[in-house]
Write a new protein. Structure first.
Ligand code: MEV
Length: 317
């Protein structure tokens, strides 16, 4: 049996602008993971058939019965191609993920990476991180046509990254570990709609949108310094600035704003939407003194789920 996992993720700075070539910062959320186990099938009747199971999406099926455009069929096929296997191996592939679906925590990218990693290891041809990342990127294109590549990158490397599309991801130096609270609005994160909406605005007014993306890029670069220096007050202020730019982009919602206000009033050092927006999560920078009050305030104001994550340079074992 082979088992492989991949973490959830959140975007700390630079979402949307990163699709237009600006930098962004993302970190893994290691307490929630996609886990894939693979076993050989030995019955002669199962020769050349791959069984796929995912409770979260209610799927139990042979690979050849799944639509080829389905993200799971796609990542399996791409992986088999990448390792040069021409016949489908007789295997049972089971996916168990604790990453909430459609919440902006990168569940799709994590499942792709865990599937590809488990499959290539089980078949004795483990793929390099770079290759795992490119395959997950291909699948992400199904979710929205123009992904920047940050989701698959942070999930594959499983460490905080400073990312510019088309460049090698850089390690993010974290001078002082810090704590974030992730508050789920309960509204599904609509990545495809949010990315399309921003694209429509960009098409109708390129100069204003480019200026907004530049401002977001500049906030992201300043945040990188604040994280390196362990300067949490500055980091919190930059999160608030990024949030007001996301409001200008039009991807916040009244529900997200309510959570942001509640977290701020309860003592969060900085708060913003994380990921595509139009639903999904907000993230709040907290310290020992404020974390309980912020968690309570988020729940009292309708958050459907609250997670903590610590950000540090450490790479997971
Ligand atoms: C989604 O996690 C982040 C976006 O910037 C889209 C992307 O980078 O592909 C909204």
């Amino acid at each position: 049996m082979t088992e492989a996992t991949a973490p959830g993720k959140i975007i700390l700075f630079g979402e949307h602008a990163v699709v237009y070539g600006r930098p962004a910062i993302a970190v893994p959320v290691r307490d929630v993971r996609a886990k894939v186990t693979i076993q050989n099938l030995t019955a002669p009747s199962q020769a050349g058939s791959l069984w796929v199971e995912s409770k979260a999406i209610g799927l139990s099926s042979w690979l050849h019965e799944i639509d080829g455009g389905h993200p799971l069929a796609k990542i399996i096929t791409l992986t088999l191609e990448a390792i040069g296997l021409e016949t489908v191996p007789s295997l049972r592939l089971a996916i168990n993920s604790s990453i909430p679906l459609a919440s902006g925590l990168g569940s799709g990218a994590a499942v792709s990476v865990a599937v590809s990693r488990a499959l290539s290891e089980h078949l004795g041809r483990p793929l390099a991180l770079k290759d795992l990342s490119s395959l997950a990127f291909e699948v992400d294109r199904i979710h929205h046509g123009t992904p920047s590549g940050i989701d698959n990158t942070v999930v594959v490397y499983d460490r905080p990254v400073y990312f510019i599309p088309g460049k090698e991801p850089e390690r993010l130096e974290v001078g002082l570990p810090f704590m974030l609270i992730i508050g789920d609005s309960g509204q599904p994160s609509a990545t495809i709609e949010a990315v399309a909406q921003v694209r429509d605005s960009w098409i109708s007014d390129k100069p204003s949108m480019e200026a907004l993306f530049d401002s977001i890029g500049s906030v992201t670069n300043q945040a990188r310094e604040a994280i390196r220096d362990g300067d949490l007050p500055r980091l919190g202020g930059l999160m608030n600035q990024n949030q007001s730019l996301l409001l200008d982009l039009g991807v916040s919602t009244p529900t997200l704003e309510l959570l942001i206000e509640a977290a701020g009033a309860a003592g969060a050092i900085g708060v913003k939407v994380s990921g595509a927006g139009l639903g999904g999560n907000i993230i709040a920078l907290v310290d020992q003194d404020s974390q309980r009050a912020v968690k309570r305030a988020l729940i009292a104001n309708g958050a459907s789920k609250v997670l903590y994550t610590e950000v540090s340079t450490e790479v997971s074992p």
